[in-house]
Design a protein around this ligand. Structure first.
Ligand SMILES: NC(=O)c1ccc[n+]([C@@H]2O[C@H](COP(=O)([O-])OP(=O)(O)OC[C@H]3O[C@@H](n4cnc5c(N)ncnc54)[C@H](OP(=O)(O)O)[C@@H]3O)[C@@H](O)[C@H]2O)c1
Length: 340
């Protein structure tokens, strides 16, 4: 019988989406302490753009060719030696940073989170990077309190939408910056829209916001900091505007470092940078606990992540182009079993 093959999305050189290539390779084998999963869904994210363009601190040491793919939901089809507590057929999830835009991959059993039966794998996949980031920004980094006034930059994006939904559940009063065409979406998600192309968010609240979440870094976070009330908190977590403007990595690292100097300015405002990888390294139990809580919310229908489209292998490069072009109103998710 013919040996089944694996299919992977690899980046051949750092740069644009044309550098992505879909290749057939032999199946991996689960080593000691590992499981092999048949991938059901794997997110395609703006962070993949950073990794592909070599602008992502956590993957600075990677050299092409390597396999793309930040997060994964899959079904265990092989158990390595020494793995206990899991069985063939169990549904599990992990955040791999790279390596999960594939048909099959091996994962360390001690890093897995169980995926409850009956939830859609693609919806579950959206929760791993984007929604866990949003949850931890709200409840681990900013420690938000009911009725606080909160501004979400990039509110129509993957993390932005999750911040609005989870922020509404936490009883926050929310505003979200987005392009004008996404105003109705922002309202549906429970926030007051601010058109980032036409309106000045620093003038919306005369006293300023309690908390601002910013994954965009337009102006190197300056105006987000200016929009805070005295004693307010800026939680920065990304720098998409710097990537779009083709800034160097060093410039964006200076923006991040500067956040920690601003706390010495008068007004008692604070600023910090959140990284999901750093928080997972420091508090691995929080990552699993928070993701399990989100899976629970999905299972009961309390949250419903928006998927713009499910993507087959042959359309991954096109999906990267769409993510970079902007204008999406939900996530793109690679579903390996979709026909081309
Ligand atoms: N630190 C962490 O742990 C962590 C975790 C996850 C993500 N991130 C980073 O966070 C950033 C956002 O991630 P994402 O997955 O949510 O990206 P995304 O889905 O691409 O969303 C970004 C959103 O920002 C909007 N936008 C662009 N320019 C804007 C501006 N000037 N003002 C307001 N909104 C603007 C885009 O709108 P248009 O469609 O109108 O362009 C888009 O809706 C990325 O840089 C990502 O790498 C960091």
């Amino acid at each position: 019988m013919k040996e089944p093959r694996n299919r992977i999305v690899q980046v051949r050189r750092f740069g644009g989406p044309d550098a992505l290539q879909v290749v057939d390779v032999p199946l991996p084998t689960a080593g000691p302490g590992e499981v092999r999963v048949r991938v059901l869904a794997s997110g395609l994210e703006y962070t993949d753009v950073l990794i592909r363009r070599h602008l992502y601190p956590q993957t600075m040491r990677h050299r092409p060719p390597f396999v793309m793919g930040y997060d994964v939901v899959g079904e265990i089809d092989q158990l390595g030696n020494g793995v206990s507590g899991f069985q063939l057929g169990d549904r599990v999830a992990d955040m791999t940073v790279v390596g999960s835009n594939v048909a099959y991959c091996t994962l360390r059993a001690d890093r897995l989170t169980r995926v409850p039966a009956g939830i859609d794998p693609a919806e579950a996949a959206t929760l791993i990077l984007s929604w866990t980031t949003a949850y931890q920004l709200l409840h681990r980094a900013a420690l938000v309190k009911q009725a606080q006034r909160v501004l979400v930059q990039g509110a129509a994006g993957a993390v932005g939408q999750a911040l609005l939904v989870l922020g509404s559940l936490a009883g926050l009063e929310l505003w979200g910056t987005a392009r004008g065409a996404h105003a109705a979406l922002i309202r549906d998600l429970g926030a007051t829209p601010i058109d980032y192309q036409r309106e000045d968010f620093t003038r919306v609240l005369p006293d300023g916001f309690d908390v601002v979440f910013d994954g965009i870094a337009q102006d190197g976070y300056r105006r987000s900091f200016a929009a805070l009330k005295n004693g307010g908190l800026l939680c920065a977590y990304g720098y998409s505007a710097g990537v779009q403007a083709q800034r160097r990595m060093a410039t964006m690292l200076v923006w991040i470092a500067r956040l920690y100097l601003w706390r010495w300015l008068p007004g008692g405002k604070r600023a910090r940078f959140y990284s999901i990888n750093l928080m997972r390294a420091q508090h691995p139990a929080w990552f699993r606990e928070d993701l399990e809580r989100l899976f629970g919310l999905l299972a009961t229908g309390a949250i419903r992540p928006r998927i713009a489209e499910r993507i087959s292998f042959d359309r991954v490069a096109d999906a990267h182009r769409r993510i970079e072009a902007g204008g999406l109103d939900g996530k793109l998710v690679l579903c390996p079993e979709l026909a081309p």
